[in-house]
Ligand binder design. Sequence first.
Ligand SMILES: [Zn+2]
Length: 153
Amino acid sequence: MQSAGCRLCRIARDARGESTDGLAAETHDQINREGCEGMATTVTAAHHSIWRHLFDSMHAAQKPKSKLKVVTLDKESNLSTLWRREEFLRICSKEELAEKAQEIEVTIPVNKIQETRYNFDPRSFFANRFWGRRSDGVAINEALQIVYILEFN
Ligand SMILES: [Zn+2]
């Protein structure tokens, strides 16, 4: 179904006193995945709620002898803070990871929200973006030397 403009986005913009010009078409994808302004809070809350349940289930299913350890993250956890921890540094040094990450980061487009930071310092932007990434979860297998970055979408 498609309409002239998303009604939920219109309501959100009206509430903020912003222009309702150029509203996205009201489609299933727009509401669920492409950032409907009227659904943002609800979609984020649903994501966190479902992820918390999945994550708790993974924790509960973990066997004492399991080599795969689910890492508990706090609000401050990003790749930079994780790579201060011994178990991560034993798998890969910060320098090695930064080098590999740079090759990948430069291939990921700079989105509209990031443009200001990119223009301020294009040389360090990709490294900063990488180290500032927050994942939904992290698991680590020290025996196999593998870090799993968990993203729930
Ligand atoms: Zn919308």
